[in-house]
Design a protein around this ligand. Structure first.
Ligand code: FAQ
Length: 313
């Protein structure tokens, strides 16, 4: 088949909302776009384990420790589903990990901020997982089959994570005055970095046009950010917490809230590698990867032996 016919089949599938599968023909740029997004998404899940992992040994009760431990393990699982989806596009996991460890690949800006108190664990679950779900619900209907199927599983777990965060925030916000102060302080520090998770404004988002055209993203960065703000205001009101934005105001005409833009200079600086914790996060990942070398070698040797036994039988 010539390229024109292949392209027509590809476009036809997109138009009919059918999935593109690994063995289907796809344009090189579609493949590259997906690889970039899915691998960066996988890296975000894995690096995202670090700020929360920081609190497992200091969780205030056995119950909260168990729940946090389970959540952090879930994030590791999400990373694995996503690496597997990305591998189906023809890049090895080693190549993707190497890109992360050498700072060639990005991961979400949000994980370069520190978790200073237990209330931060609530804020991460409530706000960060809340923003992650807002973005990921649409990705369940993304055009690439393995990514879409990974997202369906991930979204189920992420909604539980968001509840976990909101529960922690509820305890803090309705607790002692000191606990409420910690909850407000966490809200103050996490609000704008959370809004940055959705990516730059649409007019400055170089990848959005193709992402929408290829049905990789179904909604734009600004649309999702707006929906997140609309949803979160009431949740903050219930907790008695103040969103740290003097310009936050209901706009009847647009049936949504007006709000201040995050500091986009800070966002650019963080994704360039200069956020408060970028160095620490990459060092931790590189160290863990190096320490795990013997596990990978042992698993590969065991796999090889199993295969030899199967072939000999
Ligand atoms: N951080 O043209 P756009 C989670 C980059 S998972 C860093 O708008 P696009 C779970 C972008 O890559 C959170 N970089 O790009 C969890 C591009 O650079 P490039 C992660 C960012 O792809 C919770 C450039 O800026 N979720 O939290 C960010 O159309 C709790 C221009 O941007 C996903 O990855 C950012 N925030 O839209 C785990 C979802 N935003 O690659 C543990 C999948 C933009 O050209 C604990 N990804 N950039 O060099 C997406 O939906 C999209 O990739 C966006 C960005 C929306 C992130």
């Amino acid at each position: 088949m010539d390229n024109k016919t292949l392209e027509d089949i590809f476009e036809g599938k997109l138009a009919k909302n059918e999935m593109i599968e690994p063995k289907d023909w796809m344009p090189d740029n579609y493949r590259k776009h997906l690889l970039r997004q899915i691998s960066q998404h996988a890296h975000s899940e894995i690096i995202g384990m670090l700020p929360e992992g920081n609190w497992i040994s200091r969780a205030p009760s056995l119950r909260s420790k168990l729940v946090l431990l389970a959540k952090v393990q879930d994030e590791g699982g999400h990373g694995l589903y996503l690496y597997t989806a990305a591998e189906s596009l023809g890049t090895s996991r080693d190549e993707m990990l190497d890109a992360l460890h050498t700072q060639k690949a990005k991961y979400s800006s949000i994980f370069n901020y520190p978790t200073l108190t237990w209330a931060d664990i609530g804020a991460v679950g409530w706000l960060v997982d809340g923003a992650a779900i807002m973005n990921q619900v649409m990705l369940q209907r993304t055009s690439y089959g393995p990514y879409s199927r990974a997202m369906i599983r991930i979204c189920k777990e992420e909604s539980f994570h968001q509840r976990q965060g909101y529960e922690v925030m509820t305890h803090m916000a309705f607790g002692t005055p000191e606990q409420k102060e910690m909850a407000q302080d966490a809200m103050n520090r996490w609000w704008f970095p959370t809004l940055m998770m959705f990516g730059p404004p649409d007019i400055e988002s170089p990848n959005s046009e193709n992402a929408i055209k290829w049905r990789i993203k179904r909604e734009t960065n600004d649309q999702l950010r707006q929906r997140f703000v609309n949803q979160t205001v009431e949740q903050a009101e219930y907790l008695g917490l103040t969103i740290p934005d003097p310009n936050l105001k209901w706009n009847e005409a647009k049936k949504g809230y007006d709000f201040s833009e995050p500091n986009w200079a800070e966002f650019k600086n963080v994704i360039k590698g200069n956020g408060p914790c970028n160095k620490e996060r990459l060092e931790a990942r590189n160290k863990a990867h190096k320490n795990g070398e013997w596990v990978r070698a042992a698993a590969a040797a065991y796999g090889k032996k199993q295969m030899e036994e199967i072939l000999a039988a």
